[in-house]
Design a protein around this ligand. Structure first.
Ligand code: AN0
Ligand code: CP
Length: 323
């Protein structure tokens, strides 16, 4: 595997899930595979889980790891070609990428959507610059439009906790005070479309996700109706994807105070099938989800985060095998 951005990059999903459970039983099984190989993790944005779980995964495989926080100690990087570099950015990505790749064998990138220019974000411009100029396998640690390591961990978690062969899974928008990317819901939707689940997406009108990710999901604008009989509730905020009105891309369409009834609480969980609660974290309590729901025995947020180590170990193993 030379690139990890989409669900298709993993090939057969059943096989990938089998590999995940094999690694979960013995996470050091392939501890020789990465000997004398170096994994570089490049962060343009903050992270807790991705930073720790991906380092741990690389260490499980016997790799060396280097972490670079671009905005904390490195030169600020210009990402667009053709600009006169008279701002605070001292170095261009076009030099930085080949330099970084000279020190490592595999590169992970975290580079969130700018939420200003839809075409730039949805073309995955920064990610593809790394692919083109590094000559190394590149994997996404949340890029402009996707977060596949998260979606893979989410699928592993659903597999582990499902009580029936084909559970009902609901992705629900929830309010948030800041404009957030669509990467997490995009990938979750993309992966659920490939999984053996009944998949429903619910959000206020105007927050329609890009059709390439929605796939065959049922879209329901009534949150309570969507929750009926659900086995898993996956909450997340996202800003306007600009599908119907491109000029609204990246915006919060209405003040969040108007949408606080969408905060996932006991009222909504009561109509589910004793549903499990999921969120990728970090989460704002009593905005996205109430204290009561996130602290309940049905909350999977901690095992879900723990599975990030497993998804990353499978992905890095696949990449190492292709070197
Ligand atoms: C980020 C997002 O919504 O994409 C990262 C989630 C894993 N969240 C925040 O910025 C709060
Ligand atoms: N879920 C997730 O990716 O968390 P971090 O932003 O803390 O890495």
């Amino acid at each position: 595997m030379k690139s990890f951005l989409n669900v298709k990059d993993l090939g057969d999903l059943k096989q990938a899930l089998d590999e995940a459970s094999e690694i979960k039983k013995d996470r050091y099984k392939y501890c020789e595979l990465g000997k004398n190989k170096t994994c570089l993790l490049v962060f343009f944005n903050n992270s807790l889980r991705t930073r720790l779980s991906t380092q741990k995964a690389a260490q499980n495989l016997g790799m060396n790891v280097i972490v670079l926080d671009v905005n904390a100690g490195a030169w600020k990087l210009e990402t667009e070609r053709g600009v006169v570099m008279d701002s605070d950015k001292s170095e261009h990505l076009l030099e930085a990428i080949p330099v970084m790749s000279s020190y490592c064998d595999i590169i992970g990138i975290r580079s969130f959507a700018g939420l200003k220019d839809r075409d730039y974000d949805y073309a995955e411009t920064v990610y593809h610059q790394f692919v083109k100029h590094s000559g190394r396998p590149i994997f996404a640690m949340e890029t402009a439009t996707v977060h596949p390591l998260q979606a893979f961990a989410d699928l592993i978690t659903i597999e582990e906790h499902k009580q029936k062969a084909r559970p009902k899974v609901v992705l629900t928008w929830a309010p948030h005070p800041k404009a957030l990317p669509q990467a997490v819901p995009n990938s979750f939707a993309e992966w659920m479309n490939e999984a053996d689940v009944d998949f429903v997406i619910t959000h206020p009108e105007g927050y329609e996700l890009d059709p390439q990710f929605v796939g065959n999901a049922q879209v329901e604008y009534d949150q309570m109706k969507a929750f009926e009989g659900a086995d898993f509730i996956y909450a997340k905020n996202w800003s306007c994807p600009g599908v119907t009105r491109p000029e609204q891309y990246g915006e919060i369409l209405e003040d969040y105070h108007k949408w606080l009834s969408w905060t996932v609480g006991a009222r909504q969980m009561a109509v589910t099938n004793n549903g499990k609660f999921m969120h990728c974290l970090p989460v704002r309590r009593n905005m996205i989800v109430t204290d009561e729901v996130i602290e309940s025995p049905n909350s999977l947020v901690i095992p879900e985060a723990a599975n990030r180590e497993i998804s990353a170990t499978v992905v890095l193993k696949r990449i190492l095998e292709s070197l």
